[in-house]
Design a protein around this ligand. Structure first.
Ligand SMILES: Cc1ncc(COP(=O)(O)O)c(C=O)c1O
Length: 442
């Protein structure tokens, strides 16, 4: 399992010696300079010069993705990574097949196939009541992951600060570091009563804004907490963005996955935010196609121009035939989205009672498809040792809470479960977790 040790420490151990990897061509040349380099060091360094960026020393590989590998290794039920184990809608798979058959197999326009951009603009109009110019304000990327990092690279300079609520989706920390910015974290506090809400302290949020603040990342519905920001909370964020002249970057990929009558509000729709918001979304979660890698950023023209430049040189473009299928997906009728949300409500209500019965304290999500839980009752040293025990001995993979916090101690009593799975998968997990009560030990 990945831990939060500096990656530098790990590298030293593994680096094979360069001498053992010299080709016969290199041996024949007998270059005195090559021979000296070869004697001197490992692939990550030569004669004292580091070949690696300092930036990569500031974060580890993704713990979420590592847990999927652990699940495969131990034959565990994977409730760690947020990808569905059920089929994507037949209409959109067919649309993708047809696009390939029709030879939509070459690069799409760098910033996105016209059909998809038109569909995104149409949906923003219908759902958010926002008029978006598909020619000038949309960039289609390789997933919302790329949309986020392209936006941060386009917006940030060294010394800029980016405000992030924590616990946070783990990409945001490394994204900020890679873009040269410094992340500034504001705490979301777990509910103190059963069925209560995650909250943040208004004063703490205000304190995190100053003249260095370039942007705030707003993820609603939220991963990992399931929090859906209310209008009042979004207005508070809006007021600070306007007062401190800050860009809002929203991650709305769980927009359609809502429970208990909760409403999703896009920050861009609030007065004063149209010109200072980048709205990020994608196909992964709404259409159960996390492997397709299609997402997008919607932003005012000037910001879009910068995002498009970064995106072009990073990836050139998202998969062309899948963008065509995306245009079909975004034209699905409203009933599709209602069914999607109801399906996830059923899964949430399927998993939570088994977690509670097994001894977890669940924080009831209002959106997205994760349950954050408190593991205090099991008496383990920390979340990582508990998650290791769960995956290796009980056969259920989760994500240790610490991977969602800057300071691992803040998540040491939490693990996250994903419930975007078939009923059989959730049943299998429940059966395994039932053993936990009798086998768990400090
Ligand atoms: C909040 C959040 N944003 C982005 C992503 C990744 O989205 P995509 O597949 O569009 O890159 C995830 C995936 O779990 C997520 O939870």
């Amino acid at each position: 399992m990945a831990d939060r040790r500096s990656t530098k420490a790990k590298k030293k151990k593994k680096a094979p010696s360069l001498t053992s990897r010299r080709s016969s061509h290199q041996r024949r040349r007998k270059s005195p300079l090559l021979a000296k380099n070869a004697r001197n060091g490992a692939p990550g360094a030569s004669r004292g010069k580091q070949f690696l960026s300092d930036k990569v020393g500031h974060f580890t590989e993704s713990v979420i993705r590592e847990m999927t590998r652990q699940a495969m290794l131990y034959g565990a039920v994977n409730l760690a990574q947020g990808f569905p184990d059920f089929s994507a809608p037949a209409e959109i798979k067919q649309a993708a097949q047809q696009a390939v058959a029709a030879d939509v197999n070459q690069y799409a326009i760098t910033w996105g196939a016209k059909n998809l951009r038109n569909a995104i603009a149409r949906q923003m109009g219908v759902r958010q009541g926002i008029t978006v110019d598909p020619e000038k304000e949309i960039t289609v990327c390789c997933g919302s992951t790329e949309a986020m990092i392209s936006t941060l690279l386009a917006a940030c300079n060294a010394g800029d600060e980016v405000v992030i609520f924590e616990p946070f989706y783990e990409n945001y920390g490394p994204d900020s570091v890679l873009s040269g910015a410094k992340p500034k974290f504001v705490k979301l506090r777990p509910p103190t009563i059963d069925g209560g809400e995650w909250t943040f302290d208004e004063k703490e949020l205000r304190r995190s804004f100053d003249k260095h603040t370039k942007a705030i990342i707003v993820n609603t519905p939220n991963n990992p907490t399931g929090k859906v920001l209310t209008r009042a909370e979004l207005e508070l964020i809006r007021d600070l963005c306007v007062e401190f002249d800050v860009l809002a970057i929203t991650d709305e990929i769980y927009e359609h996955i809502l429970y208990d009558g909760t409403e999703h509000i896009s920050l861009v729709t609030l007065d004063g935010m149209r010109e200072r918001t980048v709205t990020i979304n994608g196909m992964s979660k709404t259409y159960s196609v996390t492997g397709w890698r299609v997402g997008w950023a919607v932003a005012p023209e000037k910001i879009t121009n910068a995002i498009r430049k970064v995106h072009d040189f990073l990836t050139v473009g998202a998969p062309a035939p899948l963008q065509e299928a995306g245009a079909v997906a975004l034209s699905l009728p409203p009933e599709y989205y209602a069914k999607l949300a109801e399906g996830y409500r059923v899964r949430r209500d399927h998993l939570m009672p088994s977690l509670t019965a097994a001894g977890f304290k669940c924080f009831r999500p209002r959106g997205a498809y994760y349950v954050m839980t408190d593991i205090s009752a099991f008496g383990y040293k920390d979340d990582v040792s508990f998650a290791k025990y769960l995956v290796q001995e009980i056969g259920v993979a989760t994500v240790p809470g610490s991977s969602f916090y800057r300071d691992p101690r803040d998540g040491a009593r939490q693990v996250r479960f994903a419930f975007c799975k078939k009923p059989q998968t959730l049943d299998d997990a429940a059966r395994r977790l039932a053993k936990l009560r009798v086998t768990a030990r400090p």
